[in-house]
Design a protein. Structure first.
Lengths: 125, 517
């Protein structure tokens, strides 16, 4: 019995550890994706992105990490690829619908602006 | 035939069938059109074949309002006119430029693009251009590397330009004019007064003078003023012998609606990946046609903006360039021109690396946009007189809210389209950031394009000339050139002003035939 209990507890522990590792990795990947606007990262350097984020936070009341993550994750999938695709689609939708904003002269999508805002918060922390 | 008016006996009376005042692009084009047709054409020019500082000084004047180039050096005062230093950029107006647009006050011409097409074709030859074809597809067949950005065709189109060598009319057509049996060119014959009959419904004669103290009279059946939009307005306003407010100015329209092109660095285009921009970037060596990014008629209407386009210059080069309004600051046009050329040359020489193998990633976007017609933007007379006793011009260049709004909106649309196509992003210049700021920056310059001071309209209450460029109410006085433009269009005006002058020429020839018949 003791041996069986030990095995069960070990398996349970392993499961919990795997879940924790998966969650940590997912969260970390998600967090990275959320604060890195794909197209814009290819165009602007990190400092410019942070500056855009700072200005966006001053212009709007979207100055909270959790709130920004909620806005960006709305309707997003649960895996890394889904999130990347979803954010890319959101950016495209923004440009299609005119959901854009002028920040420090850059005409960018609102989604990109929020991503920059998240980056600037993480940088500040 | 050439005669120097300084060598004639004082008070000589010069007579002919048609008198054209001004031997620039418009005047020479018209004169050439009358070559060998059995009519005596008098072609007057205030200057000679070479630059003369004393003659150039007759163009001096002051300006107020939006910062502008020195009037003295804006135009060249010699045979050939400003073609002596122009850049050669040619493109026709778009169909929308001629239409009445509800969102553009005082827009609409009494003619359409189709009315000008036959004359555009003729004008192409005078400028030594290729065929009258400005379609992208036509040029892609000749230059397969011309690839447009993959943008929404309902929003953005490629406005094609052709480049004249550039043809210097004063050199290229001098021999033809001088050797012509029926064209009588008089140099150093400055128009100082237009004499009308007592009813002010016909012109009797012109008074011409020069610095040698000679005064002559010119009589003809028809008179054409082809001195440029500022000088045409100036001489009409200054001729007050019979008409208290000036010739053709009983409705207070002469000199009003002065227009320029709004030319200013407005944004940067940053591409995600290098893209071949052979279609868009000017090639100094080959001067092959290129395109500018332009907004479609539908989008202009939908967003209520003016017609305009954006040209691309690699940012590495553009950043080295001084704004044109700062470069062209000398009263001597030769010095300003030299500075302009040096500005372009040095910016390229300082950047040997700008031509990246697979194309550049960053570009300057430079605006070329029509100015909205504005009654308060105008040429008036100064209290000061020139050496020949003619009041100097006083320019008040005034822009409107629509001008600023249109530039800002154009770049918002371009930015959205670049994002939508996932090509890149646009960064607007600071003067465009604040939507409530309607002022224009001091770096904005015109294109040295003077338009609209004798605008065309069938209604004499709204225009100085009719659809045939005849001054309303005066049977034998016509205006040639960009002063007749009702709206400015986006492209440089030279090709269009010559086409319009050739159309006037055709009308006058037909009228002559009708009179004889």
């Amino acid at each position: 019995m003791k041996r069986r209990k030990f095995l069960l507890l070990s398996l349970f522990g392993l499961f919990i550890s795997l879940v924790a590792i998966w969650y940590y990795k997912f969260k970390s990947a998600t967090s990275r994706d959320l604060r890195h606007p794909l197209d814009l990262t290819e165009i602007c350097d990190r400092t410019t992105l942070i500056n855009i984020g700072n200005t966006y936070r001053k212009l709007t009341d979207e100055n909270n990490k959790k709130y920004l993550e909620e806005l960006l994750l709305k309707d997003a999938g649960m895996n890394e690829t889904d999130i990347k695709i979803r954010l890319k689609t959101k950016v495209a939708e923004d440009f299609n619908t005119g959901n854009t904003i002028l920040i420090d002269g850059w005409l960018i999508s609102i989604t990109e602006a929020r991503q920059c805002a998240l980056l600037s918060i993480s940088e500040a922390n | 035939m050439h005669l120097d008016a300084r060598e004639l006996d004082n008070n000589t009376i010069i007579e002919g069938d048609l008198c054209i005042v001004g031997a620039g692009a418009a005047g020479i084009s018209m004169a050439l059109d009358w070559n060998k047709i059995g009519k005596k054409v008098i072609l007057l020019d205030g200057g000679g074949f070479e630059y003369d500082s004393e003659i150039q000084d007759l163009y001096s004047g002051n300006s107020t309002g939006q910062r502008y180039y020195p009037l003295r050096s804006c135009r060249l005062h010699l045979f050939g006119g400003t073609t002596g230093h122009w850049g050669g950029m040619c493109a026709p107006f778009d169909p929308i430029d001629f239409k009445i647009r509800s969102w553009v006050p005082d827009s609409g011409w009494p003619i359409t693009l189709d009315d000008l097409v036959p004359f555009y074709s003729k004008a192409q030859k005078l400028f030594e251009l290729d065929a009258y074809n400005y379609g992208l597809q036509y040029w892609q067949e000749k230059y397969p590397g011309l690839t447009p950005f993959p943008l929404d065709k309902d929003v953005i189109w490629s406005k094609m330009w052709q480049f004249s060598p550039p043809t210097r009319f004063g050199k290229t057509y001098k021999e033809t004019i001088v050797k012509s049996a029926n064209i009588h060119l008089y140099t150093y014959a400055n128009l100082t007064n237009i004499v009308a009959n007592n009813e002010v419904n016909g012109i009797q004669e012109l008074i011409v003078k020069n610095h040698n103290g000679k005064t002559h009279k010119v009589r003809a059946k028809n008179f054409v003023l082809a001195c440029g939009a500022i000088q045409n307005a100036r001489i009409l306003l200054a001729s007050r012998g019979q008409a208290k407010k000036g010739i053709g100015n009983d409705k207070d329209l002469v000199g009003r609606y002065f227009m320029e092109h709004l030319e200013v660095k407005s944004a940067e285009l940053w591409l995600k990946k290098p893209f071949s921009t052979e279609l868009y970037v000017f090639d100094y060596d080959t001067r092959k046609p290129r395109a500018e990014l332009a907004l479609t008629e539908g989008i202009q209407e939908e967003t209520s903006i003016l017609n305009g386009s954006a040209s691309l210059t690699p940012l590495a080069i553009a950043k080295q360039q001084t704004p044109l309004i700062d470069v062209w600051s000398n009263e001597d046009p030769r010095k300003s021109f030299d500075k302009l050329i040096a500005n372009f040359r040095e910016s390229r020489e300082k950047n040997y690396t700008w031509k990246e193998e697979n194309g550049n990633r960053a570009y300057e976007l430079f605006t070329r946009m029509e100015q909205a017609p504005n009654r308060n933007s105008r040429v008036m007379l100064s209290d000061e007189k020139d050496a020949l006793g003619v009041p100097r011009p006083q320019l008040h260049w005034e822009l409107t809210q629509l001008d600023k709004y249109s530039i800002r909106k154009m770049y918002h649309i371009l930015g959205e389209q670049m994002g939508k196509a996932s090509i890149g992003r646009i960064k607007l210049e600071e003067f465009l950031w604040d939507e409530n700021d309607n002022s224009m920056p001091d770096q904005l310059g015109g294109g040295w394009h003077h338009m609209g001071t004798t605008r065309m309209n069938t209604d004499r209450n709204k225009g100085v000339v009719d659809a045939n460029c005849k001054v309303h109410g005066i049977s034998n006085l016509f205006i040639a050139g960009s002063g007749c433009f009702s709206t400015a269009g986006a492209p440089n005006p030279t090709l269009t002003l010559v086409a319009l002058s050739l159309r006037l020429s055709d009308y006058l020839k037909t009228s002559e035939e009708l009179t004889i018949g």
